[in-house]
Design a binder for this molecule. Structure first.
Ligand code: BES
Ligand code: ZN
Ligand code: ZN
Length: 488
């Protein structure tokens, strides 16, 4: 899709899309009078509530009004555009004019949200259906184009729109990965995705296979993989823009469990099928790497994804086993279903030994406890650095990917004491699970002063307009892109 900026406004385009916030009397009366209606008549049909859609005819042109609500959260704004594009694609046309001149409080973020949302609305989840829909979405055609009118400079609009489009494409690719069933995405599929993306957008990717993982001594990753016929991968990605040598260095580590059956501590079958999404943290890291390269962000970014499934056979690790890890610390396994923290421990230790990032962030669909605490609406944020936590929280408020901080007080360290090993992977008591998991990870950060952990178990996979059951959200990609962009 081509994106054009129209300043001064052009009116020739057949199909107009006009976002309006709630209670914008002035805009509504202008629009009403152009459509030869009274404002009361228009308001009877359209109030501007978030997600409301109404069609007007002005000079024989079809004008679709899209309500944005009054004080809508960034979340609701994004959803309004997505739902319009997904559910009402018939109201869009391959040549679309997005007219933001009737909308209050237009800024670059809104332009980005609008373009990103309209494109995300083209997402289709039914990959493996025999009958594919014949009709393409109007915005996906070769020659579809979006023209934008907005009360900002051309440069600002272009930049925000390009970023929105770039984000949407990466997010959809990530959603495909997370939505894929585990038999279609062995760990190697994540490695292949990274290699292809690195080649396309210009960043380095090293996908280490099982032999290399053995050589390196990534024992915790191997232990989780022990009960599986499908080999693990350890993916290391590095992006650094040319020329600049003094750049902030950020390390991202993502949990890449392609299916979490729980291992010997097997999960109950209710909702076990959702565990194909247990690589949502990895997906966020992969997507952020790709975006950083696409946008040429001024940051030295390293991404690490340990990936395996958590299966069960006679070789699988058992509760009470003591395993080694890349860091050198030994770990007593209390519950084999607490596998994410094990592979993250190796990912984090490798990151610190080889790259020494100034900022270390890990993302993982780590605990059911985070889901019980925040439902499907927010991720749990943990950090040993208030400034980093505040930066992430602030960013999350602008992108709509909700985060809420939880404590990592040392009183919770008790839960990790093992009689036989350096640390155990679970307290054995179903209390404060998300905090316990964060404390476990903390033992592997080597006193790094600027670390954050996001438990995104509730938000990586949830209710979306694309599916009847839960599906991928691409949580974390937009958040991290904006975070990296505003790093000093
Ligand atoms: N992948 C799960 C966490 C999860 C739960 C993600 C629900 C998404 C939705 C994780 O590996 C897990 O099984 N955690 C256990 C840990 C426990 C055994 C210490 C949990 O939270 O119940
Ligand atoms: Zn598990
Ligand atoms: Zn898991």
């Amino acid at each position: 899709m081509k994106i054009r900026i129209s300043n001064p406004p052009e009116t020739g385009t057949a199909q107009h899309l006009v976002p309006v916030r709630q209670n914008q009397k002035k805009a509504l009366s202008q629009l009403a009078s152009m459509a030869h209606l009274s404002v009361d008549e228009l308001q009877h049909d359209f109030k501007g509530e978030a997600g409301e859609v109404h069609t007007l005819y002005i000079d024989q042109r079809r004008v679709t009004l899209l309500g944005l609500g009054e004080h809508s959260s960034p979340n609701d704004l994004a959803r309004s555009f997505r739902v319009l594009s997904h559910k009402h694609s018939g109201k869009l046309a391959p040549t679309l004019l997005l007219d933001l001149s009737y909308c209050e409080q237009v800024d670059e973020m809104l332009v980005e949200t609008a373009v990103c949302g309209l494109l995300l609305g083209t997402y289709r989840i039914g990959k493996y259906k025999s009958d594919q829909p014949d009709e393409a979405h109007p915005l996906t055609g070769e020659d579809s184009s979006l023209t934008i009118i907005a009360p900002l400079s051309d440069e600002e609009v272009q930049k925000a729109a390009n970023r929105g489009a770039a984000l949407a494409h990466t997010q959809m690719s990530i959603m495909d990965l997370v939505n894929a069933p585990s038999n279609k995405k062995p760990p190697q599929a994540l490695a292949d995705w990274a290699v292809a993306s690195g080649q396309q957008y210009g960043y380095q990717v090293e996908a280490m296979d099982k032999a290399r993982i053995r050589e390196l001594g990534l024992h915790a990753l191997l232990a989780v993989n022990q009960g599986s016929p499908t080999p693990p991968y350890f993916i290391v990605m590095e992006y650094r823009p040319e020329g600049d040598d003094v750049l902030p260095r950020v390390g991202l580590v993502g949990k890449g469990v392609t299916f979490d059956a729980g291992g010997v501590s097997i999960k109950s079958s209710t909702n076990m099928h959702f565990m194909k999404s247990d690589m949502g943290g990895a997906a966020a890291v992969l997507g952020t790497m790709e975006m950083a390269a696409k946008l040429q962000l001024p940051v030295h970014l390293i991404g690490i994804v340990p990936t395996t499934d958590n299966s069960i056979d006679a070789n699988a690790i058992k509760p009470s086993d003591v395993i080694d890890s890349y860091s050198g610390k030994t770990i007593e396994i209390i519950d084999t279903d607490a596998e994410g923290r094990l592979i993250l421990a190796d990912g984090i230790a490798y990151m610190l030994r080889h790259f020494q990032p100034e900022t270390l962030i890990d993302l993982a669909t780590l605990t059911g406890s985070a889901v019980r605490t925040f439902g499907y609406h927010a991720g749990a944020l943990f950090s040993n650095n208030d400034q980093l936590a505040d930066q992430l929280l602030q960013t999350s408020q602008t992108t709509g990917e909700r985060l809420w901080r939880l404590p990592i007080w040392d009183v919770y360290k008790e839960d990790l004491k093992s009689d036989v090993a350096d640390v155990r992977n679970y307290s054995g008591r179903p209390l404060a699970g998300a905090i316990g998991a964060a404390k476990f990870l903390e033992t592997f950060i080597n006193d790094h002063p600027r670390w954050a952990h996001m438990d995104i178990a509730g938000v990586a996979f949830g209710d979306t307009e694309f599916s009847v059951q839960k599906s991928a959200s691409a949580f974390g990609v937009r958040l991290l892109v904006h975070f990296l962009e505003n790093l000093e």
